[in-house]
Design a protein around this ligand. Structure first.
Ligand code: FMN
Length: 376
């Protein structure tokens, strides 16, 4: 509640703060990083995203590296609401409900999608190191999670495994260039899980109609104090905050300058719902296209599979030098999600993720907590 009330600034307060804010926002990131106890953001970023190594050695050493690859998956608000364990040849992935996003994701739908993306990274990394991943969903021994049994096999998919440390959610505007025909064809031929489907939006008119949905989603979410309150707790406005937690949404990953928390909150408040809606519509218009991930069922299994398919898409795109980012607002607002299902004539298919793609320079990368914090 305190989160919500201090979110709004009066005009007088804003005028009083603005000069200091402008100066602080211009501080070089390296200076701000001093508060992080020596480690700079760039060092933490390089360590987080180092390329996976599968040297000669015991299976146990490999398994830890597979799990590290799993933690590099995209996940809602970078809350990293997951835990891992391993015993012998079996790895378990389960939700960490202490990190759930109760407001934006009340049914844990996106939490399970995130877990599915982590599962896909783990399976891809294991494949490249010479193991097949036999997945069991929600077994009796692990009713909220999935287990993965690793069996030695010929190595596969090294290109996608290399893309695990190249993929990112690139939230900047893209350059509008269409994808090369063969790249689009490769994405459109992506192997799907049972019940999963992809709806493509490529023409200017189609993107424009999607922009209307995204703007409605932004307006609904940013007018909701509980949504903004939850978001703010996961925003990391400067290097010191990002380095303290190694989670959350770091300002520079979204193209924003670093700033003290109160300044960042002020800018967020000043942008407001309409500002967010306009920015997101422009980002969609700058993209080569967008794709809506749908599923025949709307349960935990379908959500995990949606995450697997999304990550397969994102790794393939990253391998081809194509950037991706989410615009999930209309899928996260339940009334809009239902309306979308009808208006887009999706029939019985449920909208799960809305993703844009295109060409742009890479952005700074988000951090992950060390393995010790997610291994139980
Ligand atoms: C299920 C799910 C929903 C997400 N929704 C959004 C979204 O609506 N907007 C956004 O900018 N990013 C969204 N993200 C991206 C995450 O914020 C991002 O994965 C996380 O911050 C880590 O950054 P990275 O993907 O660059 O590694 C979503 C990710 C997942 C898996």
């Amino acid at each position: 509640m305190a989160e919500e009330s201090s979110f709004i600034f009066s005009r007088r307060e804003f005028l009083g703060y603005s000069a200091a804010a402008a100066a602080l926002a211009m501080l070089p990131p390296a200076l701000a990083a001093c508060a992080g106890g020596g480690e700079t953001y760039e060092q933490a970023e390089a360590a987080t995203w180092r390329t996976a190594q599968f040297d000669e050695g015991e299976m146990q050493a490999h398994v830890r590296e597979f799990i590290r690859c799993a933690t590099l998956a995209p996940n809602g608000h970078n809350a990293q609401a997951w835990q891992f364990s391993y015993q012998g040849d079996t790895v378990t992935l389960r939700p960490d409900f202490n990190r759930r996003l109760a407001v934006v994701d009340p049914d844990d739908r996106e939490l399970y999608i995130s877990l599915g993306a982590a599962l896909e990274n783990l399976a891809v990394a294991a494949g490249a190191a010479g193991y097949t991943a036999g997945v069991t969903y929600f077994p009796d021994t692990e009713p909220d999670g999935v287990t993965v049994r690793l069996t030695a096999a010929a190595a596969t998919g090294t290109e996608l495994a290399a893309a695990i440390s190249q993929r990112q959610t690139t939230r900047s505007a893209y350059d509008g260039r269409p994808l090369a025909g063969e790249d689009l064809a490769r994405l459109q031929a992506l192997p799907l899980e049972p019940g999963a489907g992809l709806h493509w939006f490529a023409s200017g008119d189609e993107l424009e109609s999607l922009a209307t949905w995204v703007m409605q989603g932004d307006r609904a979410q940013y007018a909701d104090g509980a949504f903004v309150g939850e978001l703010v707790t996961w925003l990391r406005f400067n290097d010191a905050e990002a380095l303290r937690s190694h989670d959350g949404l770091y300002a520079r990953c979204s193209g924003n300058p670093t700033a003290p928390r109160w300044v960042g909150r002020m800018f967020l408040a000043l942008t407001g719902a309409e500002g967010m809606a306009k920015q997101d519509a422009e980002k969609l218009r700058s993209s080569s296209g967008a794709v809506l991930f749908v599923s025949a069922a709307d349960d935990r299994h379908a959500w995990v599979d949606t995450g697997r398919v999304y990550e397969r898409f994102a790794l393939t795109a990253a391998h081809l030098g194509i950037q991706t980012a989410f615009l999930n607002q209309p899928v996260e607002v339940s009334s809009l999600r239902a309306q979308m299902q009808t208006d887009l004539a999706l029939g019985d298919a449920y909208p799960q993720l809305l993703v844009r793609y295109g060409h742009a320079a890479a952005m700074p990368r988000s951090l992950r907590r060390p393995l010790e914090e997610v291994l139980v």
